[in-house]
Design a binder for this molecule. Structure first.
Ligand SMILES: CC(C)(COP(=O)(O)OP(=O)(O)OC[C@H]1O[C@@H](n2cnc3c(N)ncnc32)[C@H](O)[C@@H]1OP(=O)(O)O)[C@@H](O)C(=O)NCCC(=O)NCCS
Length: 420
């Protein structure tokens, strides 16, 4: 065990230490020994992977990495835009070193590193909800799951031209590539979607021995129209029987659909599997039409939790990259403990075309906010007025909250992104 006051240094992972990186990851996640074909850190580029230790040598105290990802943010006047957002992942600290500031050191390093590179955002999925808020990350989209069943009445939506087919993911045909291609095509038109490199898509579709226990390998339903894929549902079924009656469970782990007819066609197929007593599926958000086709939140047994956490690394660049729904002229006084370059006043001017400029200023502020408030508003999940009621934002000029909410407004809630 390391002493209380150990100083940790962060260095880039080298190929020679990849094994030590993977070993620490397995300890941190209490993973069972994996099959030789499990793609451990293969998808992690050493240029994006870091280790923490007292002397730069293994065994490491902590690790982290990030994927080269992009997130779909609001564009000007109701459009959408994809911007770079490294996906923070593989964060772990050895049990001998926890609660000694290793994560804090790694995250401050991550923010300074992205700031130096001029990257405006960082995103992650949190293992526990209490960890990342203190570092300026904020919940920016929700994971929503529903129980799919019943007749799925959807007046006005015609799924008649959508063809659905069922395949094993790691079967004879190359379905992993097909899933990835469809996902990359749909992500730019899905607010909140995180477009990840293919290596991570492959990783998320791998049949890990732990998840195979009692379940079939991954299967996928494709929805296509005119020969083009317009959606997919990745799923596993776990068969079981009670007094001779089928009690199987179907877990859909990834559902993407280009439009309501594609979603309806996939949902009807999910609901229609024989021998399944329960069918759970993720939907894009609480405002997904599937929730309402199922009869509303109670009938859909809607369950929700945080999905993507977003951190504005550079407030000015992040606010200027995003588009807006209405003109605004606001001075924001931003509080930010871990990225001190953000902690100042910023003037945001949004034109009638929904395009923004953001520059430092000493003018009197219209709104005071924690940097986390900007993260929660970034994809359109939360409104400033609501965050003011919570105490994350203060209105210093009457009307400024409403002006900000009109500018940041989005037509739909952001979709919960696939985990990474
Ligand atoms: C979560 C984890 C990375 C924290 O690392 P750590 O080095 O112990 O964190 P630090 O010592 O830098 O703690 C920083 C602060 O976060 C708090 N914190 C750490 N882990 C926390 C948790 N799981 N829940 C709530 N708060 C937590 C600490 O109490 C500390 O608070 P303080 O600033 O008020 O003193 C580590 O416990 C771990 O590896 N857990 C298992 C894997 C995991 O969950 N990884 C995260 C992947 S998303």
């Amino acid at each position: 065990m390391t002493g209380e006051h150990t100083a940790y240094q962060i260095s880039r992972l080298t190929e020679e230490h990849r094994q030590a990186f993977e070993t620490l990851d397995q300890i941190v996640w209490a993973d069972e020994p994996t099959a030789p074909d499990w793609p451990l850190s293969g998808g992690i580029e050493t240029a994006r992977a870091f280790v923490a230790s007292p002397d730069g040598q293994p065994p490491f105290a902590g690790i982290y990495a990030h994927y080269d990802a992009r997130v779909t943010v609001p564009g000007p006047l109701g459009s959408l835009a994809q911007v770079p957002m490294p996906g923070l992942t593989w964060v772990g600290v050895h049990p001998d070193h926890t609660r000694r500031g290793v994560l804090s050191t790694m995250l401050r390093h991550h923010l300074a590193d992205l700031h130096e590179q001029g990257i405006a955002l960082s995103g992650l999925h949190a293992s526990e909800a209490g960890i990342y808020g203190r570092f300026g990350y904020a919940i920016a989209s929700l994971d929503v799951t529903v129980s799919v069943g019943g007749s799925l009445e959807a007046p006005g939506v015609d799924a008649g031209d959508v063809v659905t087919t069922f395949h094993r993911v790691h079967g004879a045909e190359p379905t992993v590539e097909r899933i990835a291609a469809c996902y990359h095509r749909l992500a730019p038109s899905t607010l909140g979607a995180v477009d990840l490199p293919d290596v991570q898509v492959q990783r998320s579709l791998h049949d890990h021995p732990m998840s195979l226990r009692g379940s079939e390998p991954y299967h996928v339903l494709f929805a296509s129209r005119g020969g083009q894929d317009v959606g997919f549902a990745v799923l596993r079924r776990s068969p079981s029987w009670d007094k001779g009656l089928p009690e199987g469970k179907l877990a859909c782990t990834w559902l993407e659909a280009a439009d309501p007819p594609a979603l309806l066609a996939l949902a009807r197929r999910l609901a229609g599997f024989d021998l399944m007593a329960s069918v759970e599926a993720p939907v894009a958000g609480p405002d997904s039409p599937l929730v309402w086709w199922l009869g509303g939140p109670r009938a859909a047994r809607l369950a929700t939790k945080d999905a993507l956490w977003v951190r504005l690394v550079d407030v000015d660049a992040a606010l200027a990259q995003r588009g807006y729904a209405a003109p605004a002229s606001l001075v924001l006084d931003v509080a930010d403990r871990d990225a001190p370059w953000n902690a100042r006043r910023w003037r945001l001017d949004v034109s009638d075309a929904g395009l923004a400029q953001c520059v430092p200023t000493d003018d009197a502020p219209d709104l005071w906010c924690e940097v986390t408030a900007l993260g929660s508003a970034h994809l359109g999940l939360r409104r400033f007025a609501e965050m003011a009621a919570q105490g994350l934002v203060s209105e210093l000029r009457p009307g400024a909250l409403a002006e900000a909410d009109r500018a940041w407004a989005t037509a739909m809630l952001p979709a919960g992104s696939v985990s990474f």
